[in-house]
Design a protein around this ligand. Structure first.
Ligand SMILES: [Zn+2]
Length: 277
């Protein structure tokens, strides 16, 4: 494995690198202003833990942004009535995807850098990002190349972009994404090669949790003017939508955060079982 240094980046380099990437993402309209600030904080924390943590986060982010960008116009047209937010990520979305990673980084900074705790936290943080990544990869690939997705809840075909619905290409995209990210984490040196499968499986479990929560838990709303189901509180037509079903205020961001938490817990559990066997 290449294995980047497990040393922390110097603080001034962490600020420059995290700040530079956040600024470029803002300029490229991948992040809003507060989203860029949040990304700077999460990225800086990662780099201060170690080069490996920080560089994995940056590669994860670049891959996710690139996938969001491919066929952006086509995807926007296919999902505009359904999806709650545009693809310019704000601070809430950044923390929904990177909050568990940031919490692990913060915990690692308060621990002895060569302790077993930091090794476990590395698996947890990598699994959390892999879960968010697998979810992003499946959404982006399914939205772009999938046909009409099937709703897990109603077992009927639903419009592209509906939460809790799956396509074959999207599901495969998520599995490929999880494996790619887990291998990258090991190549970079954030996790050991013996935990690649645990991290990948944690990522897939997290993405599955996201889909299941999206199908049954997430708040669904109704635009009476367009007679359409949506996730938006205010529909694209300007009408304020009504509550239709699911858990109130359990929106896509909260579902994403839970997805990364499931990823971290399952990844750690499987790595632990693997080390015993
Ligand atoms: Zn409407």
């Amino acid at each position: 494995m290449i294995g980047l240094p497990t040393d922390p980046a110097p603080w001034w380099l962490a600020i420059a690198l995290a700040g530079g990437v956040a600024f470029l993402a803002f300029r490229a309209r991948s992040l809003s202003g507060d989203g860029a600030l949040a990304a700077f904080v999460v990225g800086g924390l990662g780099l201060i833990v170690s080069w490996a943590w920080g560089i994995f986060l940056i590669i994860w982010f670049v891959l996710a942004s690139a996938l969001s960008r491919i066929g952006r116009d086509r995807k926007a047209v296919r999902t505009q009535d359904i999806v709650a937010k545009a693809d310019r990520r704000d601070a809430v979305q950044v923390f929904a995807n990177g909050g568990v990673f940031a919490a692990c980084a913060f915990w690692a900074l308060t621990s002895d850098p060569h302790s077993a705790t930091v090794t476990v936290l590395g698996v947890a943080a990598a699994s959390a990002l892999t879960a968010a990544g697998a979810d992003t990869w499946s959404t982006e690939i399914g939205t772009l190349w999938g046909g009409s997705p099937w709703s897990l809840r109603t077992l009927r075909r639903v419009p592209v972009g509906t939460s809790g619905a799956i396509t074959l290409s999207g599901t495969l995209g998520g599995v490929v994404g999880a494996l790619t990210l887990a291998v990258l984490a090991a190549v970079i040196g954030m996790i050991s090669t013996s935990t690649i499968l645990a991290v990948a499986a944690g990522g897939i479990a997290g993405a599955m949790a996201d889909t299941i929560l999206g199908a049954w838990g997430q708040e669904r709303r109704w635009c009476s003017r367009c007679a359409l189901e949506t996730e938006r509180v205010v529909h694209t037509c300007g009408t304020t939508t009504d509550y239709l079903g699911g858990v109130r205020r359990l929106d896509n961001d909260l579902v994403n955060a839970l997805c990364t938490l499931v990823g971290a817990l399952v990844g750690c559990a499987l790595a632990e079982i693997g080390s015993i066997l």
